[in-house]
Design a protein around this ligand. Sequence first.
Ligand code: ADP
Ligand code: MG
Length: 559
Amino acid sequence: MATGNINVSVENIFPLIKKFLYSDHEIFLRELISNATDATLKLKHLTAIGEAKVEYGNPVIEVKIDKEKKQLIISDQGVGMTKEEVEKYINQVAFSGAEEFLEKYKDSAKDSGIIGHFGLGFYSAFMVANKVEIVTKSYKDEPAAHWVCEGTTEFTLEETEKKEHGTDIILHINEDDKEFLEKNRIEELLVKYNKFMPIPIKFGTREETLDLPEDAPEDAKPETRTVDNIINNTNPAWTKQPTDLEDKDYKDFYRELYPMQFEEPLFHIHLNVDYPFNLTGILYFPKMSQDMNIQKDKIQLYQNQVFVTDNVEGIVPEFLTMLRGVIDSPDIPLNVSRSYLQADGAVKKISSYITRKVADKLKSLFNNNREDFEKKWNDIKIVIEYGMLSEDKFFEKAKDFALYPTVDDKYFTFEEFIEKIKDNQTDKDGNKVILYASNQDAQHSYIETAKEKGYEVLLLDSPIVSHLLQKLEMGDEKVSFVRVDSDHIDNLIKKDEEKISKLNEEEKEKLKADFEKVVPKEKYTVQLEALDSNAAPLIITQPEFMRRMKEMQQTGGGG
Ligand code: ADP
Ligand code: MG
C-alpha cells in the first residue's frame, strides 16, 4: 500500500481561483478592504498588548482611483509586511495570515474582529486586474517591500522605500473591468459592502457646510470646508449593548440601513449571544399590510461588520425573512451551498435561537401592552400566522399571543375565545363551533343574523388563515371553525329553540325549488330561514369544505 500527499500545485489552482472562486467580480474590493481592516485591527491589538512599539493613532483606509494610469489603490496604515512575510502570506495561496494570527493570540484576540479566514481573498484582485502591486512596510523596523505579479505564478519581490508602516495595494484594472475606475461604481460598492466596517474608509473628499453663528446677518452665506469623505459608520447600532441604545437610536439605524424606506418600523429585536455560537444583530418588524411589497428591503447578513449577502434563506426561518434588519455572525459558513447550510448544526441552532427571540419579544409586547399589540396586529399577523403554520416550536409559543379579532374589533387569544363560547356553542358532534367571516361587507347579512342570536363572529381575513384554522382544529381542543355563510346558523350551532315559520311546508318547498332553479346546485345550498327574525327569509350558502377546497387550490397548499 502506498501513501502520500496530494500535490496541489499553484499552477493548477490559480486560474481556478480567478475564474470560479467568486462568481461576483465586484467582491474583490470587499476582500481587499477586509485585509486592510484586519491589518489595522492587528496593529490595534499589538499596540494594546505592548508588542508593537508604534503609535496606533487614528488610522484610516483610503481608496483612490487613478484614471490616467488605470489604477485602483487601497492603502492602509496597519501592521504591514516584511519581505519574509510577503513570501509567507502572499505567495502561499490558501495560507491565511488571519487564521495564524488568531491562533497565535488565541485568548487575547478572540474578540478583535479579525475577518480573514481562508487565505484566498487577496487573489480575488486578479479577477479585475491584470497586474497587482503591493508596497508594504511592517511596523517592525525593517525595509519596505515591493511585490509585483501579473496574474501568473511568477512574481518579483524586492526592497523599496516607504516611510510609514502600512500597505498599498495597487490594481492595474483590466480593460474589461473599466467600471471599477468609475467613482460612482466604487462608491456604490463601498456603500454596499463596507458601510459598517470598523475602520474608517476614506474615498475622496467632500464639502461640508458649517452652521452659521446665531447672530449672523440674514444674507450671510454659510461657509464650507473640505473634509475627508468617510463612507462608513464604524460603530453601527448592532455592535452596541442594548442598554446603551434608546428607541430613537434603533429607528435612526433603520433609516441608515434602508435610506429609501420612509415607513417607521413597528418594533425591534436586539440579538446578542456568544455561546454556543456568536451572533449579534437587530431585527425589525416592518408595517406589513397584506399587499405591501416586502421583497425589496431585506435582512442583511454580515460577518464581522462586512456585508455578505441579503439572501438569508436557510439561515433565518422562512417566515422571518419578511422582517428587516441585520444579522452578524462569524459562525455561518458562507461559501457552501444553501442546502448544506440548512443541514449545518450551527446554522440550525442560529435559526432556532432567532425564532425563540422573536417569539419572546412578541410575547413580552403582548404581556406589557396588550392594547398596543392589538393595534399592531393587522401589520404583524402575516408573519405570526405563517410562522405558526411552518414552525411547530413557534406555534407552541405563539398560541399564547396570536390574536383573533371579532367583526366588532374585539381581540381574543384562542384560549380566551374558547373560554368565552364555552359549551353553549357546539355542533351536533359536540365540537365547539367558532363562527368567522372573511369579508365583512360580502357576508354582512350572515354576520348580522349570527350576532342577533348572540354569537361572536371572528373576522379572519388574512390569505393564509384558513390553513391555520385546520391546524387549530387538529389540536387538543375539539373545535371547528365555520364560516358564517357556510350553512344556516341553526344548522351550524345546536340550539333548542322552536322554529316558527309563517309558511306551511308546501309553500316552503315551492319557494325553495324556485330558487334552486337559478342557483348552481354543485356550489351552493338553498335554505329557508325560519322567518322569525329580521334577517333574510331565505339564504344561499356554500358549504365550508367546498370553499376550503377551492381556497387551497388557489393558494396551492394543503396546510
Ligand atoms: P485571509 O485574509 O483569509 O487570511 P487573504 O488571501 O485575504 O487571506 O490574505 C492573505 C494574507 O496576506 C493575510 O492573512 C495577511 O497576512 C496578508 N495580507 C493581505 N493584505 C494585507 C494588508 N493590507 N496588510 C498586511 N497584511 C496583508
Ligand atoms: Mg482576506
